[in-house]
Design a protein around this ligand. Structure first.
Ligand code: IFM
Length: 420
C-alpha cells in the first residue's frame, strides 16, 4: 500500500462555531429562531421532503424545537471534555469562534469574565498540543447591533473593529491565527438575497451594502490585529464552490464563469493584499446553466449535496495562484449513519495531497465538524449530522464515530493511503 506524506508540521484538526455548539446564547439569531421556529417547522416538507432520508428526519424536521439553537451541544461548559476527545484523535489544531454577543452584550460594555472564558479555551487547546485558529465573526451579532440595522449600517463596521481591537489586545500573548470572517458570501446571499436565514431580507441593494461593509471589516481588522500583535497571522474562511456547466452550451460556460468569479473570487480579490493566509471551506460541486445536465453526478450527503472530492483539488490549485499559505478551514459531510464520511475524508485528502504534491502551499486541514451541531445556514437545525463525534442532545453524551478513527490515523501518521 502506497502512503503519501503530508508536509512536516501540517496541522490537523476540526472546526466549530460558537452559535452552533456553545449553547446558552442571546444574539440576533437566537431571537430570530424564536420568532420563526413554528413557520420553519411547517415549511420542513417543502424544504426537505425531496431528500431520501425524509422519512427518518420528518418528525424532527417538523418539530419547532429543531430550529431553536438553545443548549446546542453545551460546548461552552464541556469544551475540555471535547478537546480531550480531539487530542485523543490526534488533532494538532482546532478552529472555533469567539461570540461577539458574549464579549460585548451591550454597546461598549465588555465582559471580562467572557474574555477570560475564551482565554481558558485557548489555553485548554494549547495544553493539549493544539494550535488555536480563532474566528472573530461566524455570522452572529449582539442584539444591539441588530437593533441598529446590523451590517446594513456603516456604524457596525466601526463597532466590529472596536471589538476586534479588544480581542487582539486581550489575546496578544495567546493567539497567533485569526480568521476574521467566515463565509461572507453565504451569509450575504442567504441573509439578504434569498432571505432564507437571519435577518431574512430579500433585497439585492441591501446585500451589496452588507457585502461592502464586510469587506471593510475584513481589511480593517487586518490592520487592527497587526497593530496589537505583529506576530499574528490573519486570514479569512471563505466558501468556495466548485462550479461546472451542465453541458457545453456557450451560454452555460459564460454564466458559469460569471457565477464562479462573483462567488469564489470577487471578495478575495478585493482583500488579498490584507491577508496572511486564505482559508478554504469546500463542500460540493454545483452545476450551472440551462438545459439537461450532461455530466455524471455522484453520491449525495443527507442534505442532498453532491460528493465531489476532485473539486477541492481544482479550487486549491486556483487558490495557489494567490501565493499565500492555504488552510482547508472546513470540509465535511452531513451523514447521520456515518456510512460515507470515511471515504469522504480519504478522497478529499487524496486530492488535497495531490495539490500539495504539485506545489500548492496547503498547511492544514480542519474537518467540519468536531461535533454534531446546530446547522444554522438557512436554519436547518439539529437533524443534519456533521460531527466526527456524535452528540446525544438529550444526555449530551459524546460518541466517537468510526470515521473519526480513520481520520485520526491520518492525523497521527501525517500520511494518507494513495491506493484506496
Ligand atoms: O455549518 C456550516 C458552517 O457554519 C459554515 N460552513 C458550512 C457548514 C455546513 O453547512
Amino acid at each position: 500500500m502506497e502512503r503519501g506524506q503530508f508536509p512536516k508540521g501540517f496541522l490537523w484538526g476540526a472546526s466549530t462555531s460558537a452559535h452552533q455548539v456553545e449553547g446558552g446564547l442571546r444574539n440576533d439569531w437566537t431571537e430570530w429562531e424564536k420568532q420563526n421556529a413554528e413557520q420553519l417547522a411547517q415549511e420542513a416538507e417543502r424544504r426537505f421532503g425531496h431528500l431520501p432520508i425524509w422519512s427518518d428526519i420528518k418528525t424532527q424536521a417538523q418539530n419547532p424545537q429543531n430550529y431553536i439553537s438553545g443548549r446546542a451541544c453545551d460546548h461552552y461548559n464541556r469544551y475540555e471534555e471535547d478537546f480531550d476527545i480531539a487530542q485523543s484523535l490526534g488533532h494538532t489544531a482546532h478552529r472555533f469562534s469567539i461570540e461577539w454577543s458574549r464579549i460585548e452584550p451591550r454597546e461598549g460594555e465588555f465582559d471580562e469574565k467572557e474574555i477570560e472564558h475564551y482565554r481558558n479555551v485557548v489555553r485548554a487547546l494549547r495544553a493539549r498540543g493544539m494550535e488555536p485558529f480563532v474566528t472573530l465573526w461566524h455570522w452572529t451579532q449582539p442584539t444591539w447591533i441588530a437593533d441598529i440595522g446590523g451590517w446594513e449600517n456603516k456604524k457596525t463596521v466601526e463597532y466590529f473593529l472596536r471589538f476586534v481591537e479588544k480581542i487582539a489586545d486581550a489575546y496578544k500573548n495567546d493567539v497567533t491565527h485569526f480568521i476574521v470572517l467566515n463565509e461572507p458570501n453565504i451569509y450575504t446571499a442567504f441573509g439578504f438575497i434569498t432571505g432564507s436565514h437571519p435577518p431574512g431580507i430579500k433585497n439585492i441593494f441591501k446585500a451589496k451594502n452588507v457585502y461592502l461593509n464586510l469587506r471593510a471589516v475584513q481589511k480593517g481588522s487586518y490592520k487592527v490585529i497587526h497593530n496589537g500583535n505583529p506576530r499574528a497571522q490573519v486570514g479569512i474562511a471563505n466558501s468556495f464552490m466548485y462550479f461546472e456547466e451542465k453541458n457545453g452550451l456557450f451560454f452555460n460556460t459564460w454564466i458559469k464563469n460569471v457565477v464562479e468569479y462573483f462567488w469564489n473570487f470577487w471578495f478575495l480579490n478585493k482583500i488579498k493584499n490584507d491577508l496572511d493566509f486564505i482559508g478554504c471551506n469546500y463542500y460540493s460541486r454545483y452545476l450551472i446553466g440551462l438545459g439537461n445536465k450532461m455530466v455524471k453526478t455522484g453520491d449525495t450527503s443527507d442534505l442532498g449535496w453532491e460528493i465531489f472530492p476532485k473539486g477541492i483539488y481544482c479550487i486549491l490549485k486556483h487558490l495557489g495562484k494567490y501565493k499565500k499559505p492555504l488552510y482547508v478551514t472546513e470540509n465535511g459531510i452531513a451523514d447521520a449513519q456515518d456510512k460515507q464520511r470515511r471515504n469522504f475524508i480519504e478522497e478529499h485528502l487524496f486530492w488535497t495531497h495531490k495539490a500539495i504534491r504539485e506545489g500548492v502551499d496547503v498547511r492544514g486541514y480542519f474537518h467540519w465538524s468536531l461535533l454534531d451541531n446546530f446547522e444554522f445556514p438557512e436554519v436547518r437545525g439539529f437533524w443534519p449530522r456533521f460531527g466526527l463525534v456524535e452528540v446525544d442532545y438529550e444526555t449530551m453524551k459524546r460518541n466517537i464515530r468510526p470515521s473519526a478513527h480513520t481520520y485520526a490515523k491520518i492525523c497521527k501518521t501525517n500520511t494518507i493511503d494513495l491506493t484506496f
